[in-house]
Design a protein around this ligand. Structure first.
Ligand code: AMP
Length: 445
């Protein structure tokens, strides 16, 4: 693969890249950077952790450094992200690149003081990193204008649309709708009707890049699922992982706010410094929790989905889904919190009866079976069919439809071949193609 030097980037940018210790562009950077430098609009489906942030920051900076501003007061580039956490992450990377230039950045997200942000916008920043809701509020308030916008970048567009930001995205687009604007759109999946609709209205004859679509297997992440019968069984499995796994840092995902607190206490009892993060906290509290986790004050972060994207924490060796997420795309993003930048990560998911529909949806989304595993002494009776009332759950032999007979195969980098390990009905489903619905309770003939 070519080196960064061959991308004809401004020397200031190359110095920053060098400072980060990166020598070779990732696949997505290799594809996207030259296309953007030629002035093309772009639509990219990219896996989390693929290096997509630099894939747009570098050519964006190149254009801003090398061309005259279209307007003296309006921002020249706007980067939109679905969550405050992701926006923060992008902003941190952006600051490295603007450090040795005259370009000024601004950070405008919800949950922070509106008037303070208005003052920031009046100072006419060149580049804004924002969440769409708050930025649209400022547009409505006429805190700033977008007629001079040169680059509009949408990171995780699918997620922004899932969160209902279509009207705000359209409002921002309309304010900056002129033929010199270049638009870059990133999405975990392009298999999303609203993403395509948005792309049609925002992008002009876009160049398409699909490097490792959202559901491609991630070679650096070992994914394993464990059947669990009920809450106490899940807790027993969690304790087992805490006792036996070489955890550097762990993100534990749960379904509810209440569970973040309860499980943080449970993890603490197991001897780990743990902290809970959920949407109930104020933005300032969330920031300080994230900073404390990033600086290793805590080894375990217990969270709902609020933190599942945009965290770039290289020490996260493990992700555990105590509960499965409702949206299958979220699974990809959660497990993408580990295995960052070539490091090996482990992603374990606990699958109880309540998680089963989500599990089925995830496998359909991935178009591939997930590897099941068992912990000796903690086998579940639940195996994708329902447990009969009155049956004991934990510690008994698995029922006739056995999950994979598999002890801890810690060192496997590539997930084991699902076919041979799957219960029959799931195997039939995947062999039969990817467009049907997986029968949940019915037996397959
Ligand atoms: P992203 O997909 O933008 O969230 O990036 C994932 C991780 O890869 C981050 O830790 C980046 O700092 C890192 N990264 C980005 N580009 C490169 C590169 N060319 N070489 C090595 N690591 C990179």
């Amino acid at each position: 693969m070519a080196a960064f030097q061959e991308l004809a980037l401004d020397p200031r940018l190359l110095r920053s890249v060098q400072h980060l210790g990166f020598t070779t562009p990732t696949e997505i950077q290799q594809e996207a950077i030259p296309a953007v430098m030629q002035g093309k609009d772009l639509i990219v489906s990219s896996r989390t952790g693929s290096g997509k942030t630099l894939a747009y920051l570098l050519p964006m900076m190149q254009r801003l450094l090398r061309s005259k501003p279209l307007s003296a007061q309006d921002p020249r580039a706007v980067i939109l992200a679905p969550t405050r956490e992701l926006a923060q992450q992008i902003y941190a990377q952006l600051r490295l690149f603007v450090a040795n230039t005259r370009l000024t950045p601004a950070f405008i997200v919800g949950g922070e003081n509106f008037n303070d942000q208005e003052k920031i916008l009046k100072r006419q920043p060149d580049i804004i990193v924002a969440t769409p809701g708050r930025l649209a509020d400022h547009l409505e308030h006429k805190s700033f204008f977008l007629q001079g916008l040169e680059m509009l970048i949408l990171d995780e567009a699918d997620r922004m649309l899932d969160l209902g930001f279509m009207p705000q995205l359209n409002a921002i687009h309309k304010q900056a709708s002129h033929r010199l604007r270049q638009t870059l759109m990133f999405s975990a999946t392009l298999d999303h009707a609203e993403v395509n609709e948005l792309a049609l209205s925002l992008l002009k004859d876009p160049y398409r890049v699909a490097v490792g679509a959202g559901y491609d297997p991630h070679q650096d992440i070992v994914q394993r699922c464990y059947f669990a019968d009920n809450l106490s069984h899940k807790e027993a499995l969690l304790k087992h992982f805490l006792q036996t796994e070489p955890i550097k840092q762990l993100i534990l995902f749960t379904a509810t706010r209440e569970d973040t607190e309860r499980l943080a206490a449970l993890v603490q009892q197991a001897g780990f410094a743990a902290v809970g993060l959920n949407g109930k906290l104020t933005q300032a509290q969330r920031n300080s929790v994230m900073q404390a986790f990033a600086s290793h004050k805590y080894q375990v972060l217990v969270t709902t989905d609020v933190a599942s994207r945009g965290l770039d924490l290289l020490q996260v060796s493990h992700v555990i889904n105590f509960d499965l997420p409702k949206h299958p795309e979220e699974y990809v993003h959660r497990i993408g919190r580990t295995g960052r930048a070539g490091q090996q990560g482990q992603a374990y998911s606990l699958v109880g009866p309540k998680d089963w529909p989500a599990f089925v949806a995830i496998e359909q989304f991935l178009r591939r079976p997930l590897a099941m595993a068992e912990v000796e002494g903690l086998k579940a009776r639940f195996d994708g069919t329902q447990i009969k009332a009155g049956e004991q759950s934990v510690g008994k032999a698995a029922s006739a439809k056995k999950p994979i007979k598999k002890s801890k195969a810690k060192d496997t980098k590539t997930p084991p071949d699902g076919d041979s390990l799957l219960p029959k009905k799931r195997r039939q489903f995947f062999e039969g193609g990817d467009d049907g619905a997986l029968p949940l309770k019915k037996k397959q003939k």
